[in-house]
Design a protein around this ligand. Structure first.
Ligand SMILES: C[S@@+](CC[C@H](N)C(=O)[O-])C[C@H]1O[C@@H](n2cnc3c(N)ncnc32)[C@H](O)[C@@H]1O
Length: 214
């Protein structure tokens, strides 16, 4: 396993074993509004880096005919996800998945794959693995979705993104915000068509599907 960064999100732990991140609460409604209409009617939804499980909990209620598979490489996050989602009929127990390690997609097939606030916590090499494996696991007609802060034209779009990027690189020079054009180019080379959806606070939702062209 590679070294895992969990980010700078403030977390509150409760006595029932759940964890809550105010940031995940804040971005939940805009993500739901943009993502839910794009989801397939049914099938498997795989989330990479589910964190506290707040997003998967809400998405599972909004898309009751999909089966949700939260994942996280950190055991404490997986325990918190399970504590939050154990009574939801369409959410499976959280799996251990490091999206930067090759071959995680072996044997996996999903109609939707989603990662929020994960890409800036991994290196460029791990990102290449994540995108490659996600494209392999994605069913034809399925949806790949990445939410978070991105660089545009090689640079940050706001002073707060700049400070965030600098703090990440100080923690580990290999990580930091990724340029959205680079992510889109890689997705294109993997045969995916990409759409960029602007989100609040200068964030983006990057949506990708297998190119329908032969
Ligand atoms: C900032 S939190 C985001 C959690 C949640 N997706 C959200 O937006 O609220 C980042 C999560 O990514 C996970 N993570 C870090 N490196 C990862 C990797 N290589 N593969 C998968 N998840 C990873 C961390 O353990 C953490 O739970």
């Amino acid at each position: 396993m590679t070294r895992v960064h969990t980010g700078t999100m403030t977390l509150a732990a409760a006595s029932d074993g759940t964890m809550t991140a105010p940031a995940a609460e804040r971005n939940l409604i805009p993500i739901m509004d943009a993502l839910v209409p794009e989801l397939p009617e049914r099938g498997a939804f795989l989330e990479l880096g589910s964190g506290t499980g707040q997003h998967v909990q809400a998405l599972a209620a909004a898309a009751p005919h999909m089966t949700f598979h939260p994942t996280d490489p950190e055991p404490d996050r997986r325990a918190a996800i399970d504590a939050r989602c154990h009574d939801l009929p369409n959410v499976r127990p959280a799996r251990d998945l490091d999206a930067g390690v090759p071959r995680w997609a072996d044997g996996l097939r999903a109609q939707a794959i989603y990662a929020a606030n994960v890409l800036h916590l991994i290196s460029d090499a791990e990102l290449a693995v994540l995108l490659d494996e996600a494209a392999k696991a994605l069913d034809r007609g399925g949806l790949l979705a990445f939410y978070g802060p991105f660089l545009r034209d090689g640079g940050p779009v706001s002073p707060s993104d700049d400070a965030f990027d600098a703090a990440l690189r100080e923690q580990d020079p290999a990580i930091g915000l990724k340029d959205v054009a680079m992510v889109e180019t890689v997705l294109g080379t993997l045969g995916l068509s990409v759409r960029r959806v602007p989100m609040p606070a200068n964030n983006l939702l990057v949506l990708a599907r297998h190119d329908p062209r032969p």
